[in-house]
Every structure is written in structure tokens, then in C-alpha cells.
Design a protein around this ligand. Sequence first.
Ligand code: AMP
Ligand code: GLY
Length: 423
Amino acid sequence: MKILIVGSGGREHAIAWAASKNKKVEKIYCAPGNAGIAEFAECVDIGAMEFDKLVSFAKEHTIDLTIIGMDDPLVGGIVDIFEAEGLRVFGPRANAAIIEGSKAFSKDLMKKYEIPTAAYENFTDPQKALEYLETVKMPIVLKADGLALGKGVLICNTLEEAKEGVKTLMLDKQFGDAGNEIVIEEFMTGREVSVLAFCDGKTIRCMTSAQDHKRAKDGDKGLNTGGMGTFSPSPFYTKEVEEFCEKYVYQKTMDAMAAEGRPFTGILFTGLMLTEDGPKVLEYNARFGDPEAQVVLPRMKNDMIEVMEACIDGKLDQIQLEFEDNAAVCVVLASDGYPEKYDKGFEIKGLDTFKEKEGYYVFHAGSKFDGDKIVTNGGRVLGVTAKGEDLKAARANAYAATEWIDFANKYKRNDIGKAIDEA
Ligand code: AMP
Ligand code: GLY
């Protein structure tokens, strides 16, 4: 079996690693990939949005299954194009990926089908948004409707900040067309949990829970990033929370999408906030989380490719997911200065240490070859994941492993998973 993975981050590295464990898989390609993914896959110099080239490549190389890792191509309709060409592909079609691509869509879906989420209003007219702000309690949350690399969410403590936020999103268009429409949403407090699930359009099977750390600095300070580290499972995602979400969130979301004529096949990522009034949906994504995949996939006992095939064939009801009874922590090693300005091109040393170590992984997010060296090539450079018998052990192992790696402007958070001490 030949596989093509579309994407180039730590998530796609984790997907390539999981795919490589399937005995039927004889060859993996990744477009565009990175230096770490090259351990499992032949990297192909085609961008994730170059749909025509990807289709031609899949045909020429008789690819049996293409897995789309990233949000942009999914929202842009890559799955529809592959399907129209008779190619087998894992991921939601554009009309279902909109659950991530438009926050206004997902909020309206939740309202219509009574899925618990924060109270909100959608606006396309900045003047109306400003008038509405006069009537609401602070803090308040403003969200650009479209994809904005996880950065189009503004939490505003005062009316002035909120008005400024409307200007930033809708008039200055800091996130481009993503700000043509905005959601203004009630501010919630509580623990955040990410739950990834395989979906076949009808059936949804949740994976083990995880929690991300989005801010750049210790103590959840600093700017929002793509994610500075994760742990799995979340001790705050109790049986009770899980049962509530099974009843009121996951299957309801699947049924809602099907009822709208948008059956969802692929990975549904539900971002939850565990509020005093119960769990509420913060957001949906239409793909694996990054770096959630880096802690969830290493703990999965099932063969990922078999589960993906069951999703495509509408047979997910025949599969039960199983996870190891342990924990995993991923600490992101970034370039100092991320997510703003940073230098890259520095040699990364120590990567080989991971090869002999069971239960330790180094997933590359931004790296490339420079001759026979591997050098830094992004803000997030590596995700160092380690397993342990429990979260504390996994955290100690992951932090110990971050010391095996060396590059010039290495930066990490020191408190990934620290919240577990309060559990
Ligand atoms: P989102 O992309 O919608 O998940 O938002 C990014 C981050 O902003 C979330 O992970 C939360 O930390 C925060 N956030 C989003 N919506 C709210 C809300 N209604 N109340 C409080 N925090 C929020
Ligand atoms: N880690 C958050 C995301 O993948 O959107």
C-alpha cells in the first residue's frame, strides 16, 4: 500500500510514524514534509495547496490513500477534488470542513442543534458589532470567522479594547478575509480539553483526551501560538465529563452535520471548556490537533490506517478504539522569539539519541536538511514527546529528553503539564 500525507508539521510527522507501523504500507510520501518526516517518508516538493500537482502525483505514483493533515487544504476542498478524480482520501469534504473554516457556521450549528457553547452573535457589519459591544458584559471574546492560524481570537477586558478589536479584525483586516465576519462571544472560564475523534459521517469514535498550552510563555503568559506543548490524558476530563459530552456533544455534532447534508468524515477535534455550568464547546477543528496528535497517536493501540480506512468505508461502527493505560507529554522546542521574530538555520544536534529509546519521540515541526546536517526552519522546531506510567512520570521523561537536543536559540516552556499537579 502506498500512502501520501499532505502537510509539513509535527502532526504530519506523528501521522507518518503511525502509518509506518502498518505492515501493508510499503511506501509513504509526504508533501511537502520536513527533515524529520524524511525518516519515514519520501518528501515531495509540492505545497499543500497545490491541488493539481498533488492529484497528478497521486495518480502517477498509484497512491492508495492520501491523508490530509492540515486545515487549509481541507477547507479549500482538496478532498472533493481527490474524490472527483477517483482517488481515495482521508479527511472531510469542504462542506464539512467548514465546521473549522467558519466559526459563524459552527456557532449557528451548535445553536440550531442545542449543543452547549458560549452565547454569541455574528456580525458582518462593523458598526453593528460596535453598537452590540455597548450592551454586553466584559470581558468579551472576538473571533475572526475564518482560518487565522489559531490567532484570530481576541479576549478583551474593557469596552475600549473590544472596540479596538473590532477595528483590528474587521477594518484593518489583520487576518485578511478571515475578519469579514466576526463572532462576539461570552467569555468563559475553566479548564480546556481537546478531544480528537475519528468519524465516518455517521459514527464517531473519540480518542483519549489531551490538553494544549497555547501561550508562548510560562504561566500562560505571552502571545498565542500554534501550541507550545500538550499532555494526554487530561485528568480533568473525568468519566462524568466524558459521559456528558457523549450525550450532548459528539454524536449530536455528527448527526447535526449529517442532517445539514454535510456528513463529516475524518478527524473531528472538539475544543471544550469545562465551565462551572458544565462542558461547553469552544471550537471545532476538522483535523488532528498539533501538537495534540503528538501525544495521542503514540498512546493508540489500534492501527491508524485501518481506522482511517473504516472511516472512508463507513464502517467505523465495527471498530473500538483502544489506548495504552499510561500518559504522554510533548514539549515543543521553539526558536526564541516565536511567534514574532526569530532566526533560523541553526544546526540541530542530539536527534539520534531518540532512535534507541523506547517511549521517546522527536517530532519535527520546522526543520530542513542543509547538506547532511538538519537545521532549524521555523518557529516551532521540534516536539519532544515521552510516555510514562502516569502524567508526572511522562512529564519528567519529556523534560529530560529536551536536554538531549541542542540548537542555537532553543526556547521552551517549563510548565507543560504543570496543571496536573492540581488534579
Ligand atoms: P478558539 O480558536 O476558538 O479555540 O480560541 C482560541 C483560544 O481562545 C481558546 O483555546 C481559549 O483559550 C480562548 N477562548 C476562545 N473562546 C473563549 C471564550 N468564549 N471564553 C474564554 N476563552 C476563550
Ligand atoms: N493545538 C491546537 C490546534 O491544533 O488547533
